[in-house]
Design a protein around this ligand. Structure first.
Ligand SMILES: C[S@@+](CC[C@H](N)C(=O)[O-])C[C@H]1O[C@@H](n2cnc3c(N)ncnc32)[C@H](O)[C@@H]1O
Length: 218
């Protein structure tokens, strides 16, 4: 059921590896607020059903909600175990709307989509890789299409330790050029990660909308 493409690529750090504890702890958590905002915005516009690409889908925390709302989903992750676990949670009658792809996002080209969702995954890439992926996402989005996802700010423990790249508030407009930052929320908190470690989170929660040609992005 899982399409194989470049499975198991090179590993950069423990942020990217051994997601089993993460999957176990987050499995039953609700979908991300970014995804819900984006889906609600499309619903308010009467756009449905949507074509959605879910990048770094894990075991379907967000993907299940997309399917529950009747959308078609291409879900990508390089962990085959996650994709199989996701599939196992999908009711039979929804499966025809789900296409699972085992691939490395660093070289993956998103298909045409109304919404590209990337929850807690862009910052696991190198800065340049994430920027290039976002450029491909922008090209894949339909006019008025949306991106939903997260980046880290400079105050995040992983950024300060040099394990991930961080993005300053002032840089966000450039990261989402050609798009309107429709919803941007900054979160700073000390918390235990799903793997049981203390850290400071400095998160950008982002929903960005691709502007139509001739429409000005703010
Ligand atoms: C922190 S988890 C987030 C999972 C899910 N999106 C969520 O919000 O719960 C990151 C996911 O991205 C996947 N991932 C990380 N780097 C990747 C890459 N280069 N290519 C494909 N998947 C990747 C991991 O396997 C993992 O499932």
């Amino acid at each position: 059921m899982v399409e194989e493409r470049e499975c198991k690529s090179t590993i950069r750090s423990d942020i990217q590896t051994d997601y089993s504890a993460y999957y176990a702890r987050t499995r039953d958590r609700p979908p991300r607020a970014t995804l819900l905002r984006a889906l609600d915005a499309f619903a308010a516009e009467g756009r449905s059903p949507l074509l959605i690409a879910d990048l770094g889908c894990g075991t379907g925390r967000d993907g299940l909600e997309m399917l529950r709302r009747g959308h078609r989903v291409v879900a990508v992750d390089r962990e085959e175990a996650a994709l199989n676990a996701f599939l196992g949670r999908v009711p039979q009658s929804w499966r025809s709307r789900l296409h699972l792809v085992c691939a490395d996002l660093r070289s993956w080209i998103p298909p045409p989509a109304d919404l590209v969702n990337a929850s807690f995954v862009l910052f696991t890439l190198e800065r340049e890789e994430a920027a290039l992926l976002l450029a491909r996402v922008r090209r894949a989005l339909s006019p008025g299409g949306r991106f939903a996802g997260h980046l880290l700010g400079p105050g995040d423990s992983w950024v300060r330790e040099g394990r991930c790249f961080g993005v300053e508030r002032g840089e966000l407009a450039a990261w989402f050029s050609g798009m309107e930052l429709e919803w941007l929320e900054e979160e700073r908190c000390r918390a235990v990660t799903p793997r049981g470690r203390f850290k400071w989170w400095h998160l950008w929660h982002i929903v960005a909308r691709k502007v139509h040609e001739g429409e000005s992005g703010r």
